[in-house]
Each structure stands twice: as structure tokens, then as C-alpha cells.
Design a protein around this ligand. Structure first.
Ligand SMILES: *Cc1c(COP(=O)(O)O)cnc(C)c1O
Length: 385
């Protein structure tokens, strides 16, 4: 057993939700209503997110992962299709391709931003390539201008995994508008939460309709529509899933969304504090931020100049009750992908090198200036040992 620490300071997680009394009331109101699952709050939440990111359609589903799966279905990914994904992301970005029988092709990232490197995409394009999934890692939009050019040149569909980037912008255009389809997650560590939940944004009416079927078993009208039309008849026209999100969750989501602009400001203000501090600590290098973007800071990620320090620094910060984390083990290094898709170490050298250096520091709106200072001081002490 470890000896008990004297005067352990409170735990600071790397991310956490804020739930207000207003949020709770919104959920309680739904519990008193007629609809628990697909009801009026689902469409209202979809419209509210559409307004926020300026897209025509939003399809809310049970998780960000379900949203990615729905997006792969909507663009018709099937056996033998290849989809290019960055190596540095959460596993769900690649798994959604496999769900549809397709093959994820891992592309390396830029060392400074950890975003998909457009220069490295071309070498992976084959006759079977159907789409690119760009990941706005940490909350920073990818270079969508360059990605769009490549997508158009090779007739590929551009999908954004914007799970880190609700509220981010590139040249004043919101993530949500920058790709053909954009996926958001409302997991509690993300910008706003519905407990579990996700949404796909698009301007394409046909794809939106496909995804509405997909989230409801492939059935051509939902329970509520049937009741309104006074009919029992329905048809299942394709194989779908139960990926529905509840009215309860969407009421929470709508209530959370009202706070998002303020929360984004708070995230950016925390990032500025970290930036200012690390400007004078050469051993700690924040990721580069592109000049034409407004970063949503789902994560605040630093690279340690000396990768040999990372494991020790991680452990020391955890021992001081600071919930640092590592996002992510590059996806192609997971045993599942090595075993089933013949991926191997050395395949994406920038992502792999970065993996040895990165730390995600605590980042969420409720983090106080004192918390930020405590994190910075602990990190500085650890790297200067
Ligand atoms: C959170 C996340 C997902 C999955 O979202 P869930 O809602 O947890 O299913 C997918 N991709 C990325 C990059 C994420 O961060």
C-alpha cells in the first residue's frame, strides 16, 4: 500500500461537464410530458445545433460513434471501400468504417498541430478510396481548403469528425459547414452534453433523410409520425439500427447549448493562460495553432520537448491529483487494427513520435485560475527535475 499523502489537494480532472439548475429543470419538464424518447425536443435540439453551426440539417443519434456510423452509411461505405483517416484520433473515427465493412487507411498527421496533413493524403488514394474523415483534433479545425481541393480532385466525400470542435471556426465558417457531413458528440467530456449523444450535420437533404431512417431500424416513419398520421403501417426499407436519442437527452442538450458561447470563451481564456505560462518554459510546447482558426479547445495538449520525461511527468502529476491524460495511442497501433488490417508500428511516424510526447492538461469551463496555476506549477516542477 502507498503511504497516505499529507494534505492532498482536490482532484482536477482533464475534462468535466457543468450541469445547471436550468438543465435539471429542462429534463424534469420532459419527465412530466408525454414523450420520453423521440418527441418534440429531438427536432428542437437538431434545429438549435443547425442554427449554431449554420447548416440545413442535423440528425441527432444516441452517441458520437452512432453519428459516425450513420455518416458512413449515408455516403454508402461498403465492403472494399477505403476511407482515409488520421492516425491520431479516437478509435471510433476508424471503427465506423469497419462497421460498414470498409477499410480505414491511416494517414499521418502534421507534427505541430496533429491534424491530418493534406500533403500526405495523396499517397494513400487508390481506386477504392471513397472518402476522407478529417478530425479537428483538440478542437482546432483542419485545413479544409486544402482537404476540399484534394476531395474534389479525386471525387471523394469529405467528412469531419468534429467531436472535439463544436464552436470552432475556420475563416469565420463553423465546423459543421466545412465538410459534406460533420459529426458531433455530446459525451460529458465534450463541449455540451446529453449524457450520451451525437449529431450529424449536413446541407444534403437526401443524406439527412437516409440517416433518419438509419437511426430507427431503417423504418420509413417513426412512431410519432405514425400517430400523427393515424396509421399503423410502416415499412423497413433498409437495415438500420436503434440509434435513437431520447427527448430527455435532447432537452438537456438544448439547455446546455445556450451556455456554449460563454463556455467557449472560458475555454479560450484558460488556453491563453496556459499559453502565456508555457511561453517561458521551453521543455513544454503547446501544439501549434493555425492563424485563420478559432479553436474550440476541447483539449489543451502540450508536447514535452524530451519524450523520456513523459511517463514520469504523467505519473507525478497524477500523484499530485492532477488528471492529465494522453490523447491518443495512434489508432493503427491498436491490436485490433494490427491483427485485422495489417497495420504496423512505423507506419505513421509523426503520430507515433507525438504519442510519446503529448499530455492533455485539464481543460473545462469550471477550471479556476487557481487550478490553472496549480497545473502549471506542478508541470513546471516535474519537467525541470
Ligand atoms: C468522443 C469522440 C468520438 C465518439 O463520441 P461518443 O459520443 O463517445 O461515441 C468520436 N471521435 C472523436 C474524435 C471523439 O473525441
Amino acid at each position: 500500500m502507498k503511504p497516505a499523502k499529507t494534505q492532498q489537494l482536490p482532484f482536477i480532472p482533464y475534462g468535466r461537464q457543468i450541469i445547471t439548475e436550468e438543465d435539471i429543470q429542462a429534463v424534469v419538464d420532459v419527465l412530466h410530458s408525454d414523450w420520453l424518447t423521440t418527441g418534440p425536443n429531438v427536432a428542437q435540439f437538431e434545429k438549435a445545433v443547425c442554427r449554431f453551426v449554420d447548416t440545413s440539417f442535423g440528425v441527432a443519434v444516441s452517441s458520437g460513434t452512432a453519428a459516425l456510423h450513420a455518416a458512413m452509411y449515408a455516403i454508402g461505405i461498403g465492403p472494399d471501400d477505403e476511407v482515409i483517416v488520421p492516425a491520431m484520433t479516437f478509435v471510433a473515427t476508424a471503427n465506423c468504417i469497419v462497421y460498414q465493412g470498409g477499410r480505414p487507411v491511416f494517414c499521418d498527421v502534421d507534427s505541430h498541430t496533429l491534424l491530418l496533413d493534406p500533403e500526405k493524403i495523396r499517397q494513400h488514394i487508390t481506386q477504392r478510396t471513397k472518402a476522407i474523415i478529417a478530425v479537428d483534433y483538440a478542437g482546432q479545425p483542419c485545413d479544409y481548403g486544402a482537404l476540399r481541393k484534394i476531395a474534389d480532385e479525386y471525387n471523394l466525400i469529405l467528412v469531419a469528425d468534429g467531436c472535439h470542435a463544436l464552436g470552432a471556426k475556420e475563416n469565420e465558417e463553423s465546423v459543421g459547414r466545412l465538410a459534406d457531413l460533420t459529426v458531433f458528440s455530446f459525451h460529458p467530456v465534450k463541449h455540451i452534453t446529453t449524457c450520451e449523444g451525437g449529431m450529424v450535420m449536413t446541407d444534403d437533404a437526401e443524406m439527412a433523410e437516409k440517416m433518419r431512417l438509419f437511426r430507427n431500424h431503417g423504418i420509413s416513419s417513426d412512431h410519432r409520425q405514425r400517430e400523427e398520421n393515424g396509421t399503423w403501417y410502416y415499412e423497413m426499407i433498409d437495415l438500420g439500427y436503434n440509434y435513437r436519442i431520447s427527448d430527455l437527452q435532447c432537452a438537456l442538450g438544448s439547455s446546455q447549448l445556450q451556455k456554449l458561447p460563454r463556455w467557449l470563451e472560458q475555454r479560450r481564456s484558460i488556453a491563453r493562460k496556459y499559453d502565456a505560462k508555457f511561453a517561458s518554459i521551453p521543455a513544454v510546447r503547446p501544439l501549434a495553432v493555425r492563424s485563420d482558426v478559432s479553436h474550440a479547445y476541447h483539449l489543451y495538449v502540450v508536447k514535452l520537448a524530451d519524450s523520456k520525461q513523459r511517463t514520469r511527468v504523467f505519473r507525478e502529476l497524477r500523484d499530485e491529483n492532477i488528471g492529465v491524460n494522453v490523447h491518443y495511442l495512434p489508432v493503427h497501433l491498436h491490436p485490433f487494427y494490427q491483427d485485422n488490417f495489417a497495420t504496423f508500428p512505423g507506419q505513421c511516424p509523426c503520430a507515433e513520435a507525438a504519442y510519446g510526447q503529448i499530455l492533455s492538461l485539464p481543460m473545462y469551463p469550471g477550471l479556476t485560475a487557481d487550478d490553472v496555476e496549480r497545473v502549471c506549477d506542478s508541470l513546471q516542477r516535474a519537467v525541470e527535475k
